[in-house]
Ligand binder design. Structure first.
Ligand code: NI
Length: 418
């Protein structure tokens, strides 16, 4: 399938000079002029919109969008164990599918092409992504030893079921150090090694987790995982809010990627990851939304904005995490953390996950620096068209692959019982 996107302003340009982008079989073939003899199956008139690589949500919990606004303004452990878990334990696969599809729709409307879903129902998230045309990394968050063997069996069954599905990949995800024993964590690291899959874990998210770890293991959560030999696979650690200087060096030394979820961390009163220090130490840092149960939205533009601003404020230095750096965190760094090659740049040979943003709105005028426009001025409502894997899944603010009326009908039904 050949697609020609005409007359767009690339984010890497000067904000004034339009280009055409040629796409063949999901890959960008040229940015500038279409190659000689290029005969597109579809031509999309860009209308002078700003064009950027799609955003990557490197940590979320897809089905939990049906729990939006169900447990707010609560302490973290109360939110988790009393607000969220009793509700999600009642959910079935069909409800999780609609919840996941709702998340997909929300993310696409805000310029995101790829998500990393962790927790229950990875199969529902994968099916929703395939239906709408998103790129999905899914992982079952497992806990143990109690019930742990059953969960591993279910996890392996899901990996088998979706093996070979286009644009769906897996990670192995022990939920957290406070829900998994040492032996169980190591067993999962072994499984990941055997299957050559990366690992995803919640880590150092709250003061409670840090204090419990110091009490139980005499060291920080990061030191504990280093000590037991957990970091032997490519690993993505979610949150990393509570870190010591030694933790930061250890994460860099072991090549662990960190996904920060600024809005969720702030809302749960947990603080925020020291992104500037992590990046300076050489850690691959990316961004996620966490779930709509704690965020309460899945808007990566918002995360981008928070990530760029918070660290200037807390470091007392406006030069830290400049717009381009924040944008890398929301795109190419996310792809690296999820082990997806050639994703997150608007360049020849890279995957064609492309977003067109309206420029005929006040906050996009004038565009002196496209990166600054996207990071500091956009709120995501500018998203006009989204192309994923070379296919137009959202065109002039309309979905091309799903019926939103049907989706909203199911969400309203589910909300009655969950
Ligand atoms: Ni999370």
């Amino acid at each position: 399938m050949d697609l020609l996107i005409k007359n767009v302003l690339p984010i890497t340009g000067d904000g004034k000079t339009p280009v055409d982008i040629a796409v063949s079989d999901g890959v960008i073939r040229s940015v500038g002029k279409a190659p000689e003899g290029f005969r597109p199956d579809e031509t999309l008139e860009g209308g002078g919109r700003l064009c950027m690589p799609a955003l990557i949500n490197a940590h979320t919990h897809m089905y939990m969008s049906v729990l939006r606004n169900a447990a707010d303004d609560l302490p973290f452990m109360t939110w988790l164990f009393e607000g969220v878990m009793p509700r999600e334990n009642k959910m079935d696969l069909d409800q999780a599918y609609w919840g996941s599809l709702l998340s997909c729709a929300e993310m696409i409307r805000r310029g995101c092409s790829t998500f990393n879903d962790m927790h229950l129902f990875p199969g529902a998230a994968a099916k929703a992504a395939m239906k709408i045309g998103m790129r999905a990394v899914v992982n079952r968050a497992v806990t143990g030893p109690e019930g742990g063997e059953r969960r591993i069996k279910e996890m392996l069954g899901e990996i088998e079921e979706f093996k070979g599905c286009k644009n769906v990949s897996f990670m192995i995800a022990p939920h957290a150090i406070y829900t998994c024993s040492t032996e169980y964590l190591l067993k999962l690291a072994d499984i990941a090694e055997e299957l050559s899959l990366p690992v995803h874990i919640h880590l150092s998210e709250s003061v409670a987790e840090m204090n419990d770890c110091l009490r139980d293991h005499g060291c920080t959560p990061v030191e504990y995982l280093v000590k037991i030999g957990f970091f032997k696979n490519p690993t993505l650690a979610a949150h990393c809010v509570q870190l010591t200087e030694t933790d930061i060096l250890l994460l860099a030394e072991h090549g662990v990627s960190v996904v920060s979820n600024p809005k969720s961390n702030l809302k749960l009163g947990n603080g925020f990851a020291p992104l500037y220090q992590l990046d300076k130490a050489g850690v691959n840092v990316c961004l996620g939304t966490d779930s709509a149960a704690s965020n309460n939205s899945l808007n990566m533009f918002s995360e981008l904005n928070y990530a760029a601003l918070i660290h200037k404020g807390t470091n007392g230095d406006p030069t830290v995490i400049p717009a381009r750096k924040a944008f890398e965190m929301a795109t190419v760094n996310g792809a690296k953390a999820l082990c997806i090659d050639n994703l997150g740049k608007l360049e020849e040979g890279w995957k064609a996950d492309i977003v067109l943003l309206d420029t005929d709105v006040p906050q996009m005028m004038p565009i002196r620096d496209p990166f600054a426009s996207v990071v500091y001025a956009c709120d995501g409502s500018e998203t006009d068209t989204v192309i994923i894997d070379g296919k137009v899944v959202y065109k002039h603010k309309e979905f091309t692959t799903i019926d939103t009326e049907e989706l909203y009908y199911h969400i309203k039904q589910i909300t009655e019982v969950i």
